[in-house]
Design a protein around this ligand. Structure first.
Ligand code: AGP
Length: 611
């Protein structure tokens, strides 16, 4: 996933456009920050700067430069093909043609061989450079950039969102989309093409979302959009409600720290509609009542942290709504059997742009699934716009690559889903409904009280950072809580971590345990405490260090190799959320103590829009 940004503007803007593009890249860094670059057409010639690092590197390198230009391309890269080097950073060029790309071409090698045979010289290892030469090849034949792009994309295989410009057409941007998102911002005297509304809303809120297969020809005065068949089409203009307010850390040292502490508010905002309207199916969409009433099973599909959210709430949904729930990793979901006619697909995605989840939705529909419910945190993103039902978590923009507030908001959303389905199916007594609503109302405060335990968790982090590996144990719904805890630790501190169902320990992984080995245990009194304690004893018998998150009702106590943190008094419905919050805090402080790039961990990106 990469960030694409381009502006074409009237001459009166020529002083500002380069700065506008570079400033926008800072909002797109979350999409990939291995390297970045900017190219501007100045006096009919391309000038450019490309650097390893995030857009701040570019901004400082350009601070002494004044390019007067009306046509500028910018890019932030997450490497897919080609090492992380200045040379492989975008934009890429072929004569008068410049291109930036988000995606992953599967036929790049074949194109490269053919283009080399046509006399083109490659300067980079990227698939993107092949696009530049291919468009240049067709431009030489046809003399028009948009039509050259329409011809070139017929030769491309794989995912691409591309933005091109030519020195021969100094006011034209041409964008083409096949899977990763591309948006057009409609300004007054300028127009923008970007991967994300965040790259646009500082300058205009009027946004067009290109659809799969669209090609757009953009000048300062006009936007022409052509569909897959090459026919002119009009696309709806949205007024974006996104806000950039989230893009400052305030009193926190990192976005992740801020977002961990925003969780009480994120939960409150997500739960608020239910407290006002009860478990109303209209919260999920107009057709939710009919779909929920007929469903006889649920298939949850997601990736990473969002997948863990589905796993955490699987049992809760089954016990409350009394329907079977299966949870699939998006890339693993390749159905063999046709879909059950009344199985509801629930996709969970913070960004709403995850390529693997989007592809899994296509496979679900091909298997016969009619309805898809999207639980998503980014309004207007691709996945909710392609779904039958939508529930937006109200966590607010999440900037830290490691998901925190969005995850616990997803848990709340799944709790709401469980009770709403139960209510529609008349499986929820009024008493249980009242009790569930009261419990949800108290959740934000319970989260705030849990965050007050941060200093105790910080002390744990000081011990764990000295180790190269850690084990996370949990049982039942708290095994995926342990999985999420392990994922958080490894993705921001780079300490290897794995999760295990506590009962599984003796079947092999116990061999890892010795007196220096840290084991973090999610041990709520609510679920399978006995089996969890047996696993703890096996660790303790071998001198392993235990870090146990539990509650007073478990009667677990600290001892020589066992450290214990007791969650504040809470409802059973809260336990998974509160346990997770402390695991997030543990990972955060481990990463800080190891001086990691907490908000932009190496090799990762916030939104994985490529396969
Ligand atoms: C979150 O901490 C992870 N960085 C990652 O696993 C993420 O959850 C996954 O890529 C799915 O993203 P999505 O929720 O935006 O679809």
């Amino acid at each position: 996933m990469c960030g694409i940004q381009g502006i074409t503007a009237r001459r009166s803007f020529r002083w500002k456009i380069v700065q506008w593009v570079v400033a926008a890249l800072a909002y797109l860094d979350y999409r990939g920050y291995d390297s970045c670059g900017v190219a501007a057409l100045v006096n009919g010639k391309w000038v450019w700067l490309k650097r390893v690092g995030d857009s701040a590197v570019l901004k400082s390198a350009l601070s002494k430069t004044r390019w007067l230009s009306c046509l500028v391309l910018g890019h932030t890269r997450w490497a897919t093909q080609g090492m992380v080097t200045d040379r492989n950073a975008h934009p890429h060029f072929s004569g008068h043609v410049a291109v930036v790309h988000n995606g992953n071409l599967t036929n790049a090698d074949r194109l490269r061989t053919w283009l080399k045979g046509m006399g083109y010289v490659f300067l980079s290892e990227t698939d993107t450079e092949a696009i530049a030469h291919l468009v240049h090849y067709y431009y030489q034949k046809i003399g028009n950039l948009r039509r050259a792009v329409q011809l070139a994309i017929k030769d491309l295989e794989g995912d691409y969102a591309i933005l091109l410009a030519s020195a021969m057409e100094p006011q034209v941007l041409v964008a083409a989309r096949n899977n990763p998102p591309l948006l057009i911002g409609l300004g007054d005297g300028f127009n923008i093409v970007s991967s994300d509304a965040r790259g646009i809303i500082a300058l205009t809120r009027n946004i067009i979302y290109l659809v799969e297969g669209d090609v757009a020809e953009v000048t300062p005065e006009e936007v022409l959009i052509f569909n897959q068949r090459g026919r002119r089409v009009n696309r709806k203009i949205y007024v974006s409600l996104e806000s950039l307010g989230a893009l400052n850390k305030g009193r926190y040292s990192h976005f992740m720290q801020k977002e961990i502490h925003q969780q009480p508010q994120a939960l409150r905002n997500t739960i608020q509609p239910v407290l006002q309207r009860g478990f109303s199916p209209t919260l999920f969409g107009k057709r939710a009542r009919k779909i929920f009433g007929r469903l006889d099973s649920i298939l949850i599909i997601a990736c990473g942290t969002s997948y863990n959210a589905g796993c955490v709430m699987k049992r809760r949904i089954e016990s409350v709504a009394e329907v079977p729930v299966r949870v699939e990793i998006a890339t693993q979901y390749h159905p063999i059997l046709s879909a059950s006619p009344h199985e509801l697909v629930v996709v969970i995605s913070q960004s709403g742009e995850t390529h693997d989840t989007k592809e899994a939705i296509k496979r679900a529909r091909a298997a016969g699934h009619k309805y898809v419910l999207a639980i998503c945190n980014v309004p207007e993103s691709s996945i909710p716009r392609a779904s039958s039902l939508i529930f937006y978590t109200q966590a607010g923009m999440e900037v830290g690559v490691a998901s925190t507030k969005a995850f616990t908001a997803q848990l709340a959303a799944l709790i709401i889903l469980a009770y709403t389905i139960a209510k529609v199916k008349k499986r929820l007594s009024r008493t249980d409904e009242t009790s569930a609503l009261e419990s949800l109302r108290k959740l934000p405060l319970a989260a705030r009280r849990t965050l007050a335990l941060e200093p105790e968790v910080q002390a744990w982090a000081r011990c764990i950072v000295r180790r190269r590996s850690a084990l996370f144990l949990g049982m039942g719904s708290f095994y995926p809580v342990a999985q999420e805890g392990a994922l958080k630790l490894k993705e921001i501190s780079y300490i290897h971590a794995e999760a295990l169902a506590a009962g599984e320990l003796k079947h092999g992984s116990l061999a890892l345990v010795n007196k220096r080995f840290p084991v973090v245990v999610s041990a709520p009194s609510e679920e399978f405490l006995r089996d969890t304690v047996l696993g703890m004893k096996e660790v303790n018998a071998r001198g392993g260090k235990l870090y146990v998150i539990t509650d007073k009702a478990s009667n677990l106590v600290a001892s020589k190799n066992i450290r214990v943190i007791y969650l504040p008094k809470h409802d059973p419905l809260h336990a998974a959320v509160l346990q997770t919050i402390l695991m997030q805090v543990l990972s955060y402080w481990a990463a800080v103590m190891l001086k990691r790039n907490v908000d932009k961990p190496r090799n990762l990106a916030k939104s994985v829009t490529v396969s």
